[in-house]
Design a protein around this ligand. Structure first.
Ligand code: FAD
Length: 439
C-alpha cells in the first residue's frame, strides 16, 4: 500500500488542469491514467504529417477561456486562432453565411436568413440576456420562443444557435445555459478558437508542469475500486497496486463512477442525478486530403442533421503537410442511436452524403480517414434536465476527501470549458481542504 497526498483518476483536460495547478501549489500529485497517453477526449495524434485532434475540436472563448487561465498561471501565453463566429449554414448542396459575423456579407453572396427571422431570434435572446441566466435553466428555448418556432427559418436559426452548446433541439436545450454561453462569447469577443498547434500545446504544458513540480503521471494504470469507510476514501485498488490517498479526484465518465465507488455511500438524490446524466454522443470523421478541397475557415453546419465540420488546417497550416488539407466532421446522434450499429452506419452515411453534396470531388482527394464512434462527446448535454444546477457538484456528498471533476459536473461553461474550469475549481477546493487540515 502506497500513501499518496492527492490521487487523480484520469489525465484528460480536467485531471491535467487540476494536477498541474495542485502540483504548482506544492501538493504531491499522482495521476493514474488507464490509456497509454495523456489528453483523454482531447488527445492529439500525428500521422503522415497531419496533426489530428480527437475529432473536430475548438476552445470556447479563446484567451478568455479557462484553458488560457490555467496556461497563464503556468507561464504560457499561446496563440489563439479565432474562428469566424459566422461560419456557414449547409442547406442541401448550398452554403449560406450564418448571420452574426463581424464582417458584412458581400452583396454577391446569397443569403438564407433575412432580417425578419434574425430579428425574432435576436430580440428573444437579447431580452433574456438582460436577465439572470439562472432563471431560465429549466426553461427550454421552445418554451420561450413559443409560436415563433412555427416559422421554418426561425426554427433553423434557433437550432444553429443551440449547436454552439451542442444541443440542436429547441425543446431540450436549457435557455439559461445557452444565454450564459452567449454572454461569455460576447464578452470574449469570440465564440470559439483553435489553439495554434492543436490541443497538444495545452496537454504537453500540463504534463511538463506536473513533472517539473515533482508530480507523477502513471500511464496504463486503471482504477478498479474505491474503498470508502466512515465518510472517507480509504484506499484505491488499481491495476498497479493499492494506494491510500489523502484526497481523491475522479475525472472519468460519471456513468462508471458509481460502479467504482459503490452507490450505497452517497445520498439517493445524488445517485439519481448521476444515473440520469445523458451525454452528447455521435460520430467524428477526420479526413487527410491530398489536395485542398476548400479555402473556408469557418464552421460548416447542418443544424437539422446535427452535422458540423471545418478545415482546421486552413486556420492553422501547421496541422497538415504543405499543399494537403485536414478536414474534420461530426454528426451528433442520440445515445440510443449510438447503441444501434445500424443507426450508427446510417449516421455515417448521412455525414458522407452531406459532405459530397457540398464538395462533389471531396472523396477523390481522401488519402486516409479516421472514424470515431463516440458514446460520449460531452459528459452532459446542456438540456433543461441537466443544466448547471442539476449536475453533480465537485464535492462528492458524504465523502469528505472525494472530489469530482470533468465535463459533467456543476461548473459553468460547455464541453471542454467545463472540464478545465472544473479542474481549476477542484484545485482550489483541495488546497482549502488540505490547507485547513495542516492548520
Ligand atoms: C469528437 C469530439 C469533439 C469535441 N469537440 C469539442 C470542442 O470543439 N470544444 C470543446 O470544448 N469540447 C469538445 N469536446 C469535448 C471535450 O473533448 C471534453 O469535454 C473534454 O476533453 C473532457 O475532458 P475530461 O477531463 O472531463 O474527460 P476525459 O477527456 O474523458 O478524461 C478522463 C480520463 O480518465 C481516464 N479514465 C477513465 N476511467 C479511468 C479509470 N478507471 N482509471 C484510470 N483512468 C481512467 C480516461 O482514459 C481519460 O483519459 C469534444 C469531444 C469529442 C469526443
Amino acid at each position: 500500500m502506497e500513501k499518496k497526498q492527492v490521487v487523480i483518476i484520469g489525465a484528460g483536460l480536467a485531471g491535467l488542469s487540476a494536477g498541474a495547478l495542485l502540483a504548482r501549489k506544492g501538493f504531491q500529485v499522482f495521476i493514474m491514467e488507464e490509456s497509454g497517453g495523456a489528453g483523454g477526449r482531447a488527445r492529439v495524434m500525428e500521422k503522415d504529417g497531419f496533426v489530428l485532434e480527437y475529432g473536430v475540436h475548438s476552445f470556447r472563448y479563446a484567451d478568455k477561456s479557462s484553458a488560457a487561465k490555467v496556461m497563464a498561471e503556468l507561464g504560457l501565453t499561446p496563440e489563439w486562432l479565432r474562428e469566424d463566429h459566422r461560419g456557414w449554414l449547409i442547406r442541401g448542396k448550398d452554403l449560406f453565411p450564418i448571420p452574426g459575423g463581424k464582417e458584412p456579407v458581400p452583396e454577391e453572396v446569397k443569403k438564407y436568413f433575412h432580417r425578419e427571422e434574425i430579428t425574432v431570434v435576436k430580440e428573444a435572446l437579447e431580452k433574456l440576456a438582460l436577465q439572470a441566466p439562472e432563471k431560465f435553466y429549466h426553461k427550454s428555448l421552445s418554451d420561450l420562443m413559443g409560436d415563433a418556432l412555427k416559422d421554418e427559418k426561425v426554427m433553423l436559426m434557433t437550432r444553429l444557435i443551440g449547436l454552439q452548446v451542442m444541443e440542436s433541439d429547441p425543446a431540450r436545450i436549457s435557455t439559461g445555459e445557452l444565454v450564459a454561453h452567449l454572454r461569455r462569447a460576447y464578452d470574449a469577443g469570440v465564440g470559439s478558437a483553435q489553439l495554434k498547434g492543436s490541443s497538444r500545446v495545452f496537454i504537453d504544458k500540463m504534463v511538463s508542469a506536473i513533472a517539473e513540480a515533482g508530480g507523477e503521471l502513471k500511464l496504463g494504470c486503471r482504477a478498479l475500486a474505491l474503498e470508502i469507510e466512515n465518510g472517507r476514501v480509504k484506499t484505491i485498488d488499481s491495476s498497479e497496486g493499492q494506494f491510500e490517498p489523502e484526497v481523491l479526484v475522479y475525472t472519468g465518465p460519471m456513468a462508471y463512477f458509481l460502479q467504482l465507488a459503490g452507490p450505497s455511500h452517497f445520498p439517493e438524490k445524488f445517485v439519481k442525478k448521476v444515473k440520469r446524466l445523458e451525454p452528447v454522443s455521435g460520430v467524428a470523421i477526420d479526413f487527410a486530403l491530398r489536395e485542398k478541397a476548400s479555402e473556408l475557415k469557418g464552421w460548416l453546419i447542418e443544424p437539422e442533421l446535427g452535422i458540423m465540420g471545418k478545415f482546421p488546417s486552413n486556420l492553422d497550416p501547421g496541422l497538415a503537410p504543405a499543399g494537403k488539407q485536414l478536414s474534420s466532421w461530426l454528426i451528433t446522434l442520440s445515445p440510443d442511436q449510438m447503441a444501434d450499429p445500424e443507426a450508427v452506419r446510417a449516421g455515417i452515411h448521412k455525414l458522407r452524403g452531406q459532405i459530397k453534396k457540398i464538395f462533389p470531388d471531396f472523396f477523390a482527394l481522401v488519402e486516409w480517414e479516421r472514424i470515431l464512434a463516440l458514446p460520449i462527446i460531452d459528459g452532459a448535454a446542456l438540456t433543461t434536465r441537466q443544466s448547471l444546477v442539476d449536475r453533480p457538484s465537485v464535492e462528492a456528498p458524504q465523502v469528505e476527501n472525494l472530489f469530482l471533476a470533468g465535463d459533467s459536473v456543476a461548473v459553468p461553461g460547455a464541453s471542454g470549458e467545463i472540464a478545465v474550469a472544473s479542474g481549476i475549481k477542484v484545485s482550489e477546493k483541495i488546497a482549502g481542504y488540505l490547507g485547513g487540515k495542516l492548520l
